[in-house]
Design a binder for this molecule. Structure first.
Ligand code: NDP
Length: 436
């Protein structure tokens, strides 16, 4: 804290991991050797740079770009790029730190990184977004590469932005390599990558429910967000027989007591991905209730899937969810629950999956995209989906290896399970490689 006094999100992420690790380290003191923890919380490299670009009015705009190369212990740095006005060092360091454990859990050889800029794509023309992406990549290209650091999308960075950044990288590097994942289908992207984080979150949820002999059929699900992760979590939850009651954005929450349908989903997808509209318009189009400025957590539900952003579910929200009968929470977003909320879920002994386990499907399929590119092959949709399911099952197993029966009343503690399982692999690699 003394070294980085203004990084509350980063401290929060580290604290959550350390709370899980202490008992494990007491029992396995060799993991305290070689300054392992001290090295883990210090990024291998932090790159910050100026991103100057020209807007449609001919004015020069200047944003700040970042790439955090957190850990390369088990593979090249891997992690998304976020474009949002709130982006700063604290947020990107927390995301990069989480990414290290998440990538380790996927069973694939990927280190951890994260990057982005304080650029707001909302309200910008296509041309402005393209010029910004090109300016961003004009600098970032020096630090990435297929065997060095492979970025992907995140908040504010979808297929359009990945396309512009990949195009610029290719031009500057003079080579076509797998330097980005989340690419379009026609230039090396993987089937199921757009769906992977949302689908994977639901697959993980189903694994947790199965430990209690339950399925998603008939369950009432509250989802936050309406972007990439939220959309595909909603689609898969519906497919598995659940009733999706809510979606949201930073403007408020839409409540749909009848439950989302495939037709409504299609309209939502079109609105967000093509028209780039607001969730309020979706509510209007279908005559649904819109709660301006509110989050979905006051709506009675069996399952909550926070899929928007960090710290969007606080201690009070957790108490409301629990008192309304919610028995399972799987995080599609990164660190959407505050520490108070996490503690409330753990104390209640409900099924609670931290994002680094439940949302790892996105980066896992990114890893599969890299494998396909390396082989110059493209797997079928069913093949990638089958592998995604297997990976989510394996992550669930890893969590149980260290978390089964560790929670209140003999419940499974997925927070401890994910943190310890993710840590052990990275730590073993670091111990083997010496102090570097
Ligand atoms: P998108 O940009 O597609 O969607 C983000 C959604 O969250 C939008 O509905 C947005 O609403 C909402 N949101 C963003 N910031 C805020 C805020 N400050 N307050 C309220 N709502 C907000 O991003 P993704 O769906 O890709 O990402 C969502 C979460 O999932 C993030 O935490 C991301 O890190 C995580 N994640 C994403 C992965 C991926 O593969 N894309 C992989 C693993 C995790 P609005 O439009 O109003 O801003």
């Amino acid at each position: 804290r003394q070294r980085d006094p203004h990084q509350p999100e980063f401290h929060q992420a580290v604290k959550e991991v350390m709370e899980s690790l202490w008992p494990f380290l007491d029992a396995n003191p060799r993991y305290r050797d070689q300054g392992l923890l001290e090295r883990l919380v210090e990024p291998e490299r932090v790159i910050t740079f100026r991103v100057p670009w020209v807007d449609d009015a001919g004015q020069v705009q200047v944003n700040r770009g970042f790439r955090i190369q957190m850990s390369s212990a088990i593979g090249p740095y891997k992690g998304g790029i976020r474009f949002h006005p709130s982006v700063n060092l604290s947020i990107l360091k927390f995301l990069a730190f989480e990414q290290v454990f998440k990538n380790s859990l996927t069973t694939l050889p990927m280190g951890g990184g994260k990057g982005g800029a304080d650029f707001d794509p909302k309200g910008k023309s296509d041309g402005e977004v393209m010029r910004f992406c090109q300016a961003f990549m004009a600098e970032l290209n020096k630090y990435i590469g297929a065997d060095i650091d492979v970025p992907a999308g995140d908040i504010g960075v979808g297929a359009r932005e990945v396309g512009y950044m990949f195009g610029m990288y290719k031009k500057l590097a003079g080579e076509f390599t797998s330097v980005f994942t989340g690419k379009g289908r026609v230039y090396g992207g993987s089937l199921i990558r757009p769906e992977a984080t949302g689908y994977g979150t639901v697959y993980f949820l189903e694994e947790m429910l199965a430990t209690r002999g339950e399925t998603l059929a008939g369950k009432r699900v509250a989802i936050s967000g309406s972007g990439n992760v939220a959309q595909y979590a909603a689609q898969k939850a519906m497919e598995q027989g659940a009733k999706v009651l809510t979606v949201s954005d930073s403007g408020g929450t839409v409540v749909d007591p009848e439950g989302m349908t495939p037709e409504k989903w299609q309209a939502l997808h079109q609105l967000k991905e093509v028209e780039r509209g607001r969730i309020e318009e979706y509510a209007r189009r279908f005559g649904l209730k819109f709660l301006p400025g509110e989050r979905p957590w006051g709506v009675p539900c069996d399952v909550a899937l926070p899929c928007a952003t960090q710290n969007e579910l606080d201690g009070n929200d957790a108490v409301r969810l629990l008192s309304n009968g919610c028995t399972a929470v799987a995080e599609g977003a990164n660190m959407p629950s505050t520490l108070e909320a996490v503690h409330a879920f753990l104390a209640a002994g409900i099924l609670y999956a931290p994002g680094k386990a439940s949302n790892a499907g996105g980066v896992a399929v990114s890893g599969l995209e890299m494998s396909q590119n390396a082989q110059r092959l493209s797997w079928t949709r069913d093949e990638v989906d089958r592998r995604l399911r297997e990976i989510m099952r394996a992550i669930h197993e890893s969590c149980l290896e260290y978390g089964k029966g560790q929670g209140v009343g003999g419940s499974s503690d997925y927070v401890r399970g994910a943190n310890v399982a993710g840590f052990v692999k990275v730590a073993d690699a670091m111990l083997a490689q010496g102090v570097v």
